[in-house]
Design a protein around this ligand. Structure first.
Ligand code: ADP
Ligand code: MG
Length: 568
C-alpha cells in the first residue's frame, strides 16, 4: 500500500533481538507468557481508563485473551480486546526501549551466551521474545476510542527494521501474529499451547480462550471447533486462598507483575481485615534491577481496588527505601476513581503503607534470623543486592528504626572481609569487658577503611571496629546514634575515650609521655596556626607517626569529602 512506511529499530532493540533469539532459545516457551502478560496489561489499562470514560468499551465489556493457530499458514495469534495502541504508541513501544539503564545493560554484555541470557532476564524479555520462535511478527492494533480506519499494522522480521501502515480493524485491541520459524511446528497444537499456558499463565485474571477440539468419528482425529473454551482459572491470583496456589503459580505471577525473568527471593500473601481492608501479595526480587538508583523509577506495587487495576506505580503504598518490593495491593475501601492526589492524603493508604512495611520487614527478619542455611543465604543475597537501599530507611522511617538497625550488616575488623555479614547484635555480643561503645570507621573504600591508622590501637587491644564504606553510611549514621543502649562512635573523632579498656599503668605512662612532649606540641601549634584547631599527643597509633582527626561535633573528613564532591 501507498501508506506503508519502513522505519529502523533503535540500535539497542537490534542488539536485544539478536541476544534474545540466541540466548533464550533453550527457554523458548516463555514467548507465550510474555505476550499473554502484555495482553493482560492491556486489559488492565483499558479498565482503568474506562473508569472515567465508559464509552471506551463500545459495548464490549467482556475482556478476554484468545489464542489460536493456523496449521496451514503456520501462524499463532494472540488477540486481546484491551487498550490497543495508536500509531505513535506502536512506534514508541515496539520500536524503542524506554527503560533507563539500557545503555549500561548493553555495556555489560560479554558475548557468553549463558551469562548474557541471565542478564537479559534481569533486563526483562517482553514483546521481542516472540522472535525466538517467529521469523516474522505482524501486529494489528486499534486503540480504544479510535475509529476502525485508524488501526495500524506493524510488521517486522526482527532484524534492522519494521514496517507500519494504516489498516481497518473492526474491533478494539491488539492481535499479535507469529509466523513461525522453520522447525517450530510442534507449537501448532491445541495440546501444546494449552500446556504452555497452564504452566506459565494460569494466574492471569482474565479468561484465556482457545477453540475447543472435538473428536471426529469419521476422520478418527481431534478437529478444532468454532466454540471457545477458557483454559485458565481466570480469577485474580491474590484473591484466591493460599492453599489453592502452588509455589510455581506464585512464581509465575511474580514474573508477570515484576516484568522480571527470574524467580523472586521470597514473598508474603495476606488478607488484612480491620480498620482498613485489603489484600497484599508482596515479593522481594532476587536481583536488583538496573535502575535501582534511578530517582524517577516507577514503584513496584500495582494498586487494585476490588480487583480493578488502578495504577502501576503507586509510590504512596510503600516507603521509598522499600522501592524494590514488587507485587499487588487490592483495597476494598478506596474509591474506584482514586487519584494520586487522593492517595497522598488517604488514611486508608497510610494504614496500608504501614501494614505493608511491617510485612516486608517481617519477611526480611524471618530470613535474617533463620536457623536454616538456605534462608540465611537468601538474606545474604538480599543484603548484597538491596542492603544499601534498606539503609536509607534508618533516616526515613523512624517508627521502624530499631527493627531496621537489627537488619543491617557490616564489614568489620572481626572478619576483615569485604562481605557485609556482621550484625550490630553480633558486634555487641563480642564487645570486650569494659567496652561501652560501638566503634566504626568510615572511608571511601574497603582497603582505605581496613588500613586506617585510626584502627591501630583498636587492633592492638582486640576491640572490633565496623568498616563502613558505602556512600550512604555516614548519612545513615547521622540518624543512628545508638544501638541496644550503646553509643555508635567514629574512631576518627575527637579525644578517643577507650574508657576502662585503658588500665591504670597505661594511664600513668600516657600522662608522663604527654608532659615530656609538651614543648614540641606547643611549637607545632604555633607553626600550624589556624590550620589546625588543636595538636595532641596520641596513643591511638601504633605504627603511623601522626593522623588527622575531626572534632567531636564536626563533620568527619570523609563526609566533608562527600559533600564537596556533591557540590555542597
Ligand atoms: P513491558 O511489558 O515490560 O512494558 P514489553 O516488551 O512486553 O515490555 O511491551 C512493550 C510495550 O508494548 C508495553 O509496555 C505496551 O505499552 C506495548 N504493548 C505490548 N503488547 C501490547 C498489547 N497486547 N496491547 C497494548 N499494548 C501492548
Ligand atoms: Mg511485557
Amino acid at each position: 500500500a501507498d501508506n506503508k512506511e519502513t522505519l529502523g529499530f533503535q540500535a539497542e532493540v537490534k542488539q536485544l533481538l539478536q541476544l534474545m533469539i540466541h540466548s533464550l532459545y533453550s527457554n523458548k516457551e516463555i514467548f507465550l507468557r510474555e505476550l499473554v502478560s502484555n495482553a493482560s496489561d492491556a486489559a488492565d489499562k483499558l479498565r482503568f481508563e474506562a473508569i472515567n470514560n465508559d464509552a471506551l468499551y463500545c459495548d464490549d465489556h467482556e475482556l478476554a485473551i484468545t489464542v489460536s493457530f493456523d496449521k496451514a499458514a503456520r501462524t499463532i495469534t494472540i488477540a486481546d480486546n484491551g487498550i490497543g495502541m495508536s500509531r505513535d504508541e506502536v512506534i514508541s513501544h515496539l520500536g524503542t526501549i524506554a527503560k533507563s539503564g539500557t545503555k549500561e545493560f548493553f555495556g555489560k554484555l560479554s558475548g557468553d551466551q549463558q551469562k548474557d541470557a541471565a542478564l537479559v532476564g534481569q533486563f526483562g524479555v517482553g514483546f521481542y521474545s516472540g522472535f525466538i520462535v517467529a521469523d516474522r511478527i505482524t501486529v494489528e492494533t486499534r486503540r480504544a476510542g479510535l475509529a476502525a480506519n485508524e488501526a495500524v499494522r506493524w510488521e517486522s522480521a526482527g532484524e534492522g527494521d519494521y514496517s507500519i501502515e494504516p489498516i481497518e480493524k473492526a474491533t478494539r485491541g491488539t492481535s499479535i501474529i507469529l509466523h513461525l520459524r522453520e522447525g517450530e511446528d510442534e507449537l501448532l497444537s491445541t495440546w501444546k499451547l494449552k500446556s504452555i499456558i497452564t504452566k506459565y499463565s494460569d494466574h492471569i485474571s482474565l479468561p484465556i480462550r482457545m477453540a475447543k477440539e472435538d473428536w471426529d468419528d469419521e476422520k478418527k482425529e481431534n478437529v478444532v471447533s468454532d466454540e471457545l473454551e477458557t483454559i485458565n482459572q481466570a480469577s485474580a491470583l491474590w484473591a484466591r486462598s493460599k492453599s489453592d496456589i502452588t509455589p510455581e503459580q506464585y512464581e509465575e505471577f511474580y514474573k508477570h507483575v515484576s516484568h522480571d525473568f527470574g524467580a523472586p527471593l521470597t514473598y508474603t500473601h495476606n488478607r488484612v481485615e480491620g480498620r482498613s481492608e485489603y489484600t497484599q501479595l508482596l515479593y522481594i526480587p532476587a536481583k536488583a534491577p538496573f535502575d535501582l538508583w534511578d530517582r524517577n523509577k516507577r514503584g513496584g506495587i500495582k494498586l487494585y481496588v476490588k480487583r480493578v487495576f488502578i495504577m502501576d506505580d503507586a509510590e504512596q503504598l510503600m516507603p521509598t527505601y522499600l522501592r524494590f518490593v514488587k507485587g499487588v495491593i487490592d483495597s476494598a475501601d478506596l474509591p474506584l476513581n482514586v487519584s494520586r492526589e487522593i492517595l497522598q492524603e488517604s488514611r486508608d493508604v497510610k494504614a496500608i503503607r504501614e501494614g505493608s512495611t511491617k510485612r516486608v520487614l517481617g519477611m526480611l527478619e524471618e530470613l535474617a534470623n533463620a536457623e536454616e542455611q538456605d534462608k540465611k543465604d537468601k538474606y545474604t543475597t538480599f543484603w548484597n543486592e538491596f542492603g544499601q537501599v534498606l539503609k536509607e530507611g534508618i533516616g526515613e522511617d523512624f517508627a521502624n528504626k530499631e527493627r531496621l538497625a537489627r537488619l543491617l550488616r557490616f564489614s568489620s575488623t572481626h572478619t576483615d572481609s569485604t562481605e557485609q555479614t556482621v550484625a550490630l547484635a553480633d558486634y555487641v555480643s563480642r564487645m570486650k569487658e569494659g567496652q561501652a561503645k560501638i566503634y566504626y570507621v568510615t572511608a571511601d573504600s574497603f582497603t582505605a577503611a581496613k588500613n586506617s591508622p585510626h584502627l591501630e590501637i583498636f587492633r592492638k587491644k582486640g576491640v572490633e571496629v565496623l568498616l563502613l564504606t558505602d556512600r550512604v553510611d555516614e548519612w545513615m549514621l547521622s540518624f543512628l546514634n545508638d544501638f541496644d543502649g550503646k553509643e555508635l562512635v567514629s574512631v576518627a573523632k575527637g579525644g578517643l575515650d577507650l574508657g576502662t579498656l585503658e588500665d591504670e599503668a597505661e594511664k600513668k605512662e600516657h600522662e608522663e609521655t604527654e608532659a615530656q612532649y609538651k614543648d614540641l606540641v606547643t611549637k607545632m601549634k604555633d607553626a600550624l596556626g589556624d590550620k589546625a584547631k588543636d595538636v595532641r599527643v596520641t596513643f591511638r597509633l601504633t605504627d603511623s607517626p601522626a593522623c588527622l582527626v575531626a572534632d567531636e561535633n564536626e563533620l568527619s573528613g570523609n563526609l566533608l569529602r562527600m559533600l564537596k564532591a556533591a557540590g555542597q
